[in-house]
Design a protein around this ligand. Sequence first.
Ligand SMILES: [Fe+2]
Length: 389
Amino acid sequence: MNKFELKLCVIAVLLLNTVQAVTGQIRITHGPYLQNVSETEATIVWLTDKNAVSWVELAPNNNLPFYNAERPRFFASKIGIKTEAKIHVVTIRHLEPGTKYRYRVYSQEVLKHDGWHVYYGDIAATDVFSKSPLTFVTNNHSKPETTFTVVNDIHGKNDVLEQLIIKAEPKKNDMIIFNGDMATIINSEEDIFAGFMDKSIELFAKETPLYYARGNHETRGSFAAVFKDYFPQGQQGLYFMFRQGPVCFIVLDSGEDKPDSDLEYSGIVDYDTYRDDEALWLREAVKSRDFIEAPFKVAVCHMPPANDWHGEKEVLQKFVPILNEAKIDVMLCGHLHRHIKRPPTELIKFPVIVNSNTNLLRAKATITELSIEVIATDGSKVDSFVLKK
Ligand SMILES: [Fe+2]
């Protein structure tokens, strides 16, 4: 390349950058992150700064380059029409259990509609050229063991979250579970992403499944009603069940802590009815084969059951009798910002572990043993428990 050609090249690059700066080329602003990973499904969520249609390309995890073949596309769509939005949710179905997949996310800007014509703009995608493609592994109920970590009550403190997640060593976990109050209030998308999700995506959520039990603080704020758009878990509500290895997890949504009529809720909540519906779901969920056949049954619920504040009483009265009868092994809670170990009683026939806001629970389960360690931000072991079969 001579001097003149080099000059032309520099001008071309400068022009391209200027055009991009003026037109504002579409970009991925948050994510991707994993949701609802099961034995046969996975949901991938990400956001862009412009309205777009989106898809995920999926490739097997073999030695061939991602560019070896055209990869199947799974679109964000509803009622047969590709979804045009800034938040992109793609559910991939018919996957194989216990299988690692590589993936790439794509968004193509939608410029305008003119009758039946749709005009498209630029594309944003995750990098599979200069970086290894992102991957995830589907769950497998036959897996002989599983390892998972629970954190809760972070209240937007990214520094605490980072210290805990680093101690958890995400790549050694099959999943990370958030047990509520990750933010103090949700008034905007910013409260979710600047509050805890950008850090979570950076540290693990692109490749390690994230399951999320809502806390009472995620129920608050002008953006709280669209929480499920960002965390599309569960069919009816934000409560669901899943299986990984020897453990069946029941993730409950304990709702608000005060009566629905409380001044603090401004007449906008209806959690008593919500928990009634959840109890009906739970009654059926514990009859499922996935639950009955699991060597260990673990409930995850932000508020611990207690004859205390209204929300805790609701957990005690509406969920505990079903969980007692279903013989769960342990319930993992948060909410109280301190570490408490409650042994089984006549009223609550299973142990309850309340994790503090500065510790994590690191658990490992085989078909005969579930061990849980309580680890502080400095890595020291605060407590430990072993349940044997
Ligand atoms: Fe709480």
